[in-house]
Ligand binder design. Structure first.
Ligand code: AMP
Ligand code: ZN
Ligand code: FE
Ligand code: FE
Length: 282
């Protein structure tokens, strides 16, 4: 069990626990530092901080996860200690969320064409007020009985190369790294093991201002963690990580604190973000 978990989702995106429920679970699991990293939204932060007042030994870091596409692959960029009150940042996020709605709608259309009709209103209802995403579509498919388990949606239809996948509006990972830097945050490459040609990507993102990469990711075995740790060291990137918990409830889902970096990484991340902020105002 880790004391630090830097990758967690809530109902504000595609997680199934509210920010307050997630904070309570994190404390129950003995975590000391967590980051809420919802997809393209920071709306979970204020309720999480409010809930965390009941747990004085638990720190909640302002985080986010931005999605970007590169040819044949998608890359997620995490941001920590971001100034989420920045208005132009919030406007960008709002645009990203709007394009998620279009994209989800197109996936629903494609699924319809494949004989799996879904009611758009039901998909929206499942997503609730949060940032809509593929897990919400998967849930609607499960309800209709088009698939027999959650992951099947990704394996057969809406995975990156599936027949009902729709690419998001072009957002390149370098731009996401810069956007996080612009709001005083530290940018970190998420779940890098599934990225092809990782060396090239790391070189380019490092030049754009990347501060870390996930190493202690709950789904990675020891050998993968060791390989990524060596790579992080070589590129002078902080070895971050976490559970990427969504509370989907699939068998074997990794709970908060299943994996995460040592405490010094969270501290260093804060220092790097601080330097970034000085650069921004100084
Ligand atoms: P989106 O933000 O719409 O592109 O959806 C990405 C989200 O879908 C990820 O953050 C995961 O929550 C989920 N996801 C992606 N691939 C899979 C998979 N193979 N199995 C289960 N969930 C997945
Ligand atoms: Zn997700
Ligand atoms: Fe991700
Ligand atoms: Fe995630």
């Amino acid at each position: 069990m880790a004391e630090v978990d830097l990758h967690l989702h809530t109902t504000e995106s595609d997680g199934r626990l509210t920010p307050a429920e997630l904070v309570a679970l994190a404390d129950q699991r003995g975590l000391k530092v967590i980051a809420i990293t919802d997809h393209d939204t920071t709306d979970g932060l204020d309720p999480a901080w409010k809930a965390a007042m009941a747990y004085p030994h638990l720190t909640v870091i302002a985080g986010i996860e931005l999605s970007t596409d590169i040819p044949r692959n998608e890359i997620h960029i995490l941001g920590y200690y971001i100034d989420h009150r920045d208005m132009s940042f919030q406007l960008m996020l709002q645009q990203f969320r709007e394009s998620r709605v279009d994209r989800a709608q197109k996936m629903v259309e494609k699924l319809g064409g494949l004989g799996m009709a879904l009611e758009w209103d039901r998909v929206k209802e499942i997503a609730g007020q949060g940032s809509i995403g593929r897990p919400h579509v998967a849930e609607a498919m499960l309800e209709k009985g088009y698939i027999s388990y959650f992951q099947e949606a990704f394996e057969k239809y809406i995975g990156r190369n599936g027949p009902a996948y729709v690419e998001r509006e072009k957002q390149i990972p370098e731009a996401a790294v810069q956007l996080i830097g612009a709001v005083g945050g530290a940018a970190v490459l998420a779940h890098p093991a599934q990225v092809d040609d990782l060396d090239t990507v790391l070189q380019s993102l490092k030049a754009a201002g990347l501060k870390g990469m996930e190493v202690y990711y709950a789904q990675y075995d020891e050998a993968t963690v060791a390989r990524l740790a060596a790579l992080a060291k070589r590129y002078d990137l902080l070895p971050c990580g976490g559970s990427d918990y969504h509370a989907i409830g699939t068998p074997g889902e990794h709970l908060p604190g299943k994996a995460g970096p040592p405490m010094w990484v969270a501290e260093e991340l804060r220092d790097l973000a601080m330097e970034q902020s000085y650069g921004r105002f100084g």
